[in-house]
Ligand binder design. Structure first.
Ligand SMILES: *Cc1c(COP(=O)(O)O)cnc(C)c1O
Length: 497
């Protein structure tokens, strides 16, 4: 299958090239030329398979220049009980007769990013053998907290790669920061920036499309991306929506062909875009519910058709969603504009120069039919964590709570009683301070992060993931910082350019 750029459909590349390159030269994102169809019979067949096999089944339709053996070895090396604490990889648990949680945080860094980032380095290594004639791949990552650690963990000590992560100094949770600055591995680099996630993402995109490429090539290196702008990140995320549906079928919670809604806590629009792609491929999905925190740029977009990043930026209790430029929305727009890359390029130019754009009434109508957008502030987030812990004994993290609250609002407003799966994107101990405040009411955040973990454990008896507990004994390796205009210099320093 070939891939084209959302800003220039004349640019066609193979799946291996799309993964290695990460982003198209002119700044567009790669999308498949067509989407494979998964029939109800296929779904029925997948229901009998374990997760890795489901992944192979879906991914083989996209990654057509991988041999079945290559794909099999990538998938089995990523999805196993050494990397994940359950053989179901991404289990769906039942909360009530209408509500389920798709737990995406059973991997090595306790956030949903692991599902894609355990696989991506393996896909990239195979792809690189096919298309880069031995160049070293330099992975640049901008993170709002979870991608950084998951990418570091995925790429550490992968031969012929170097990984550089930029995170917003004041915009990640203490646990997220500890996870990154203590990262082990000989090819890893971590730098805090004096700015927010959008600054980090813009800075990285600028390096990708800027003039350093030739210099890098002359040293036998090339850039790639582990952010969800990379197709190799999105494809593995499509799998778990199919898998969740299969699990509901297997548990006889639904019948083959029944529609299911998905609610996704959203930042860069990657995770929910994967759900949309699953629907497009034939998964029986009703509404896609897009949940934002107080940075409600997407909520407003779905209700007005106008995307406007010119607004106050809030640092919230759900930091991985503190984003005002949702990159992957570009891929949705490409579809809604029926593949008109000039229209998309025009909107993205407006976003860059004016910070805002307006879609056509026809496109707004299409978006509204597919999606429902809602938002939830920090107070409501904590109330939701408390409520579900009291009522169901289920402890959720702040991001998942945003999704749960927005789902409640959706159900109340629409009266839709379709069975609904809420994506649970992080383990609550990644945000112990906030979650503890939510379940204990007025308790303060005194003490270090591990004291908070311990108190949360004492208050809830929920198990602490091993990977977080053992951070306590790890040394800090990275203390570098740079200004938001200093990313390129930092990269040059690391690569000795
Ligand atoms: C990254 C992240 C999100 C947002 O996902 P997007 O793909 O950026 O929309 C939500 N929750 C958590 C815990 C995350 O790490």
């Amino acid at each position: 299958m070939e891939f084209i750029s959302t800003r220039d459909t004349a640019k066609k590349v193979s799946s291996a090239q799309a993964i290695v390159q990460g982003i198209s030269e002119e700044g567009g994102l790669f999308v498949p030329c067509g989407f494979p169809e998964i029939s109800l019979e296929d779904l029925d067949r997948m229901t009998g398979m374990p997760y890795p096999q489901r992944a192979e089944y879906i991914l083989s339709r996209f990654l057509t220049d991988f041999t079945p053996e290559e794909l099999h070895s990538c998938v089995t090396a990523a999805y196993n009980e050494e990397n994940f604490d359950t053989r179901y990889i991404a289990p769906t648990v039942k909360l009530s007769d209408t509500t389920y949680l798709l737990e995406l945080w059973h991997g090595p860094t306790s956030a949903f990013k692991d599902i894609a980032l355990q696989l991506l380095p393996r896909l990239m290594t195979v792809s690189a053998q096919k298309v880069t004639d031995g160049k070293k791949i330099v992975i640049l990552v901008a993170t709002s907290g979870d991608t950084g650690k998951a990418a570091l963990e995925g790429f550490k000590d992968v031969p012929n790669t170097e990984i550089i992560v930029f995170y917003p100094q004041k915009g990640v949770s203490p646990m997220q920061k500890l996870q990154m600055v203590s990262q082990e591995g000989s090819n890893v680099h971590v730098c805090g920036i004096d700015g927010n996630f959008d600054d980090a993402q813009s800075g990285v995109k600028q390096i990708f499309t800027g003039g350093m490429k030739e210099l890098l090539a002359s040293r036998g290196m090339m850039y790639s991306s582990a952010n969800s702008i990379n197709w190799g990140r999105l494809a593995p995320q499509i799998v778990y929506y199919f898998s969740s549906y299969c699990d509901l079928l297997a548990a006889e919670e639904i019948a083959l062909g029944d529609k299911v809604n998905f609610v996704v806590p959203t930042g860069n629009f990657g995770n929910i875009l994967a759900a949309y792609y699953a629907k497009k491929m034939g998964l029986p999905v009703g509404r896609l519910i897009c949940a934002s925190n107080s940075n409600r740029v997407l909520t407003d977009f779905f209700s007005t058709g106008s995307y406007d990043r010119n607004r106050e930026f809030y640092v919230t209790e759900s930091p991985s969603m503190d984003i005002l430029i949702s990159s992957n929305l570009e891929r949705l727009l490409f579809d809604l504009y029926d593949g008109d890359s000039q229209a998309v390029a025009g909107l993205m130019e407006k976003l860059k120069t004016q910070g805002t754009y307006q879609v056509s009434p026809a496109v707004k109508a299409k978006a509204e039919e597919l999606f429902w957008g809602g938002s939830c502030d920090d107070r409501q987030t904590k109330e939701t964590i408390y409520k579900y812990f009291e009522k169901y004994g289920y402890l959720m993290d702040t991001h998942t709570a945003v999704a749960m609250k927005v789902y409640e609002d959706y159900a109340a407003q629409s009266g839709d009683d379709t069975k609904t799966v809420v994506a649970s994107t992080a383990n609550p101990y990644k945000f112990s301070g906030s979650v503890l405040e939510a379940v204990r009411g007025s308790s303060t955040r005194e003490g270090d992060e591990f004291a908070l973990v311990e108190r949360l454990h004492q208050s809830t008896f929920c198990p602490v993931p091993e990977n977080l507990a053992c951070l306590k004994d790890k040394a800090v390796r990275f203390e570098e910082q740079c200004s938001k205009d200093g990313l390129e210099d930092y990269v040059k320093g690391v690569l000795e350019l």
